[in-house]
Design a protein around this ligand. Structure first.
Ligand code: SF4
Length: 301
């Protein structure tokens, strides 16, 4: 992710294991741990989103890469599905990349879905989480097959103003929402993330659309950055954030600004579905009127 935004992604085999347990940080947040599927490093959308945290966490990766030894990846996935001793049963394919942005150059999602369809048929609870800012085109691999109960499609959306300014390489928000509607209508499990919310922007219209969609879960997050991302992205995007007190903490808006965003979105969703907060602590969940003891997190089962 340290390459110029115009550089094309490459295909290469992954030499190390595809699946590992990710313990979420900062540790005090409500966020659950999950297994991550390292099917790619980076993102094929151009340009990258201005705030993308991969600019900080993948600073050592010279170019966005999709791993093309898919057969070995699927074997690793089958071994993971065969395990009964897991700390969590969610395999997140959207932590080191957008889950669907590489499909055009390295198709893998339909094969992954079939592994999880077999898992569902065998009564396994193991679940694949796809996280994307893709639209209808990126979702074609899912729209072309029957829904699978052990696969979740989670769309990250924003208000149109923020998306047009800071997510220019991703699908337009209207396209993401259309893809979400089509998948939900076809019987797929759909979740929505409104993340990162920017202070002072109007989220009412997109929240109203989400309320009408009534996905199985909504996760809210506000603009934030860990220390390395703050050093890499130094053009003022994060200027309104307070620096963290702890070394592994996140720069964030002041609490009052975050709660204003959360409370307005929660009210706008009108109880349409369970709601969670991304990378926030128990006290913030409680202040927003949410219960951290039954967290409706995007990355949990
Ligand atoms: S879509 Fe996601 S992974 Fe891709 S550049 Fe934007 S934030 Fe990063």
């Amino acid at each position: 992710m340290s390459v110029p935004p115009s550089a094309s992604p490459v295909l290469r085999p992954r030499r190390t294991r595809f699946i590992e347990l990710l313990r979420t940080t900062p540790a005090r947040t409500v966020c659950p741990n999950f297994y991550l599927l390292a099917h790619a490093n980076g993102c094929a959308f151009r340009p990258h989103c201005d705030y993308c945290y991969l600019k900080g966490s993948l600073w050592h990766v010279p170019v966005d890469s999709a791993f093309d030894n898919v057969t070995r990846m699927l074997a690793d996935v089958r071994r993971w599905i065969a395990r009964d001793d897991l700390e969590t049963y969610v395999l997140n394919a959207g932590n080191l990349s957008d889950s669907l942005s590489f499909e055009r150059i390295r198709p893998a999602v339909q094969a992954l879905v079939e592994e999880f369809r077999a898992a569902a048929a065998a009564g396994r609870r193991h679940t694949l989480l796809l996280v994307t800012k893709g639209g209808v085109r990126e979702c074609r691999p899912l729209l072309g097959v029957a829904p699978c109960p052990n696969v979740i499609a989670s769309f990250s959306v924003n208000c149109a103003e923020v998306a047009e300014a800071h997510e220019r390489g991703a699908a337009p928000v209207a396209d993401r929402m259309e893809a979400a509607r089509r998948l939900e209508a076809a019987g797929w499990r759909v979740r929505i993330r409104v993340d990162p919310m920017f202070a002072g922007r109007e989220y009412g219209p997109v929240v109203a659309e989400i309320r009408d969609l009534a996905p199985e879960r909504v996760t809210l997050g506000t603009l934030r950055a860990e220390s390395h991302l703050l050093r890499v992205v130094n053009h003022g995007l994060f200027g309104a954030l307070e620096r963290p007190a702890e070394p592994d903490g996140l720069a964030r808006y002041p609490l009052g600004a975050r709660l204003d965003l959360y409370r307005a979105a929660i009210a706008g969703l009108g109880g349409a579905c369970p709601i969670g907060l991304c990378e926030e602590t128990r006290d913030v969940w409680e202040a927003a009127g949410l219960n951290p003891d039954v967290p409706a997190c995007n990355c949990a089962e």
